[in-house]
Design a protein around this ligand. Structure first.
Ligand code: SF4
Ligand code: SF4
Length: 249
């Protein structure tokens, strides 16, 4: 009598009726391990009753094909393929409001777990992360280069066509209106408020040290190049300023 020598472990996992190519088990395990390895994971997942309270209170679940209960169950049961599948679309529906975390009887934070999964999706350069973040490149450029998420000069008819003709009332005299604000740091339209050069340079250091810039490079190399050029310029300005101060002393 002969014994089978091949392993029954599936090397690739995929939906047999789907056209999508199966993903290697190693890749799925690597992604799950990255999620689990985050320090927050054990605080945000303590078990799951499958009670659905999180989904009942989740605003995104009312509007999208999305359920925080399902996400937590996938993680709790270590459903590798389901986790990977959810990272292709569903996790990007969460509004990060954390209503679920306030209600879960187990003290879980489904919204926090979704955040971890998003970070891992970016780390692995998943197409879903690139697609979701692409429309926000203008906001990311503004945020990382100036420390402001939005600025008055972004409120114009080109960018907010859906606001209709009333947008022109805000757009036309914007520079004049801003100059009329008594606080000098708000007399600008390129940033929401003027950010001190030293603060900008400190922010760059934080974004570099915390890996934010590495993540940006993974998902949008062109934007990364533009931002690093801006950072280099501002750092030079800061060095020049320090030298001037030394010369004056
Ligand atoms: S995460 Fe919490 S609220 Fe949601 S199904 Fe599990 S136990 Fe219930
Ligand atoms: S944080 Fe996300 S999953 Fe939780 S209630 Fe808000 S939208 Fe739903």
């Amino acid at each position: 009598m002969s014994h089978a020598t091949t392993s029954r472990k599936q090397e690739h996992i995929g939906d047999p009726v789907s056209d999508k190519p199966p993903v290697s088990r190693d890749k799925l395990e690597e992604i799950f391990q990255d999620i689990q390895a985050d320090l927050r994971y054990d605080f945000e997942l303590n078990g799951c009753l499958n009670c659905g309270i999180c989904t009942a209170t989740c605003p995104s679940a009312h509007y999208y094909d999305y359920s925080p209960r399902e996400i937590v169950q996938l993680l709790w049961t270590e459903n590798l393929e389901g986790i990977y599948d959810a990272m292709q679309e569903k996790i990007w529906s969460c509004a990060q409001c954390y209503t679920c975390a306030a209600r879960c009887p187990f003290g879980n934070s489904p919204g926090g777990l979704v955040m971890l999964m998003r970070e891992v999706a970016i780390k692995h350069g998943m197409e879903s992360a690139k697609n979701v973040l692409r429309p926000f490149s203008r906001v990311m450029l503004k945020l990382i280069s100036t420390g402001n998420q939005l600025s008055p000069d972004m409120i114009n008819p080109d960018h907010f066509a859906d606001w209709g003709p009333n947008i022109s009332k805000i757009d036309a005299p914007l520079a004049v209106l801003r100059r009329a604000i008594p606080m000098p740091t708000l007399n600008t339209i390129k940033t929401a408020w003027e950010v001190n050069l030293k603060t900008s340079v400190e922010l760059y250091t934080i974004w570099e040290a915390s890996g934010v810039l590495d993540q940006l490079e993974t998902i949008d190399e062109d934007l990364f190049d533009v931002i690093t050029d801006i950072m280099d310029e501002k750092r030079e300005d800061w060095d020049d300023f320090l030298e001037e101060q030394e010369d004056e002393d």
